[in-house]
Design a protein around this ligand. Structure first.
Ligand code: IDP
Ligand code: MG
Length: 159
């Protein structure tokens, strides 16, 4: 039994999710957190924070050559964001599905961007695109570390 649960926990992933300044200004924080919570994922880190351009440039370093990079950085520093770590089986890929396609014009209804966004440059939310980028982003945004806890609903979500 112990080994069984150990194996199940070892498969747990973490992802970095950020509600961007437009999501905070548009009062979508509760709605967005609710979607991850109700799915069955576990909240392991959460803070409201305003970052500077240096920090935003580090977060989006991979996109520094893109023509929209400066506008993207200006957007991210334009107000407080909600930085979160969510944990669960397959949470990186499933989180991206919950969020929807990068361009809200192509995000399916039922996804966060499909339901709440119109323009690609105001698409409400960020989610890590791979386990490795999630690890880097969590280290960048939560240098203080995250919460150690296990939900009492665990057995009702995982078999
Ligand atoms: P993702 O957020 O779905 O992972 P990325 O390609 O990593 O998409 O781009 C990061 C962010 O940069 C997007 O969420 C969006 O806010 C912005 N972005 C991406 N492409 C464009 C564009 O063509 N014009 C303006 N902003 C863009
Ligand atoms: Mg991305």
């Amino acid at each position: 039994e112990f080994l069984y649960h150990f194996a199940a926990l070892a498969k747990m992933e973490q992802t970095f999710i950020m509600i961007k300044p437009d999501g905070v200004q548009r009062n979508l924080v509760g709605e967005i957190i609710g979607r991850f919570e109700k799915k069955g994922f576990t909240l392991k880190g959460l803070k409201l924070i305003t970052v500077d351009s240096d920090f935003a440039e580090r977060h989006y370093a991979d996109l520094s050559a893109k023509p929209f990079f400066n506008g993207l950085v200006e957007y991210i520093v334009s107000g407080p964001v909600v930085a979160m770590v969510w944990e669960g089986k397959n949470v990186v890929a499933t989180g991206r599905k919950i969020i929807g396609a990068t361009n809200p014009a192509e995000s399916a209804p039922g996804t966060i961007r499909g339901d709440y966004a119109v323009d690609i440059g105001r698409n409400v939310i960020h989610g890590s695109d791979a386990v490795e980028s999630a690890r880097k982003e969590i280290a960048l945004w939560f240098p203080e570390g995250i919460a150690e806890w296990r939900s009492s609903a665990h057995h009702w979500i995982y078999e």
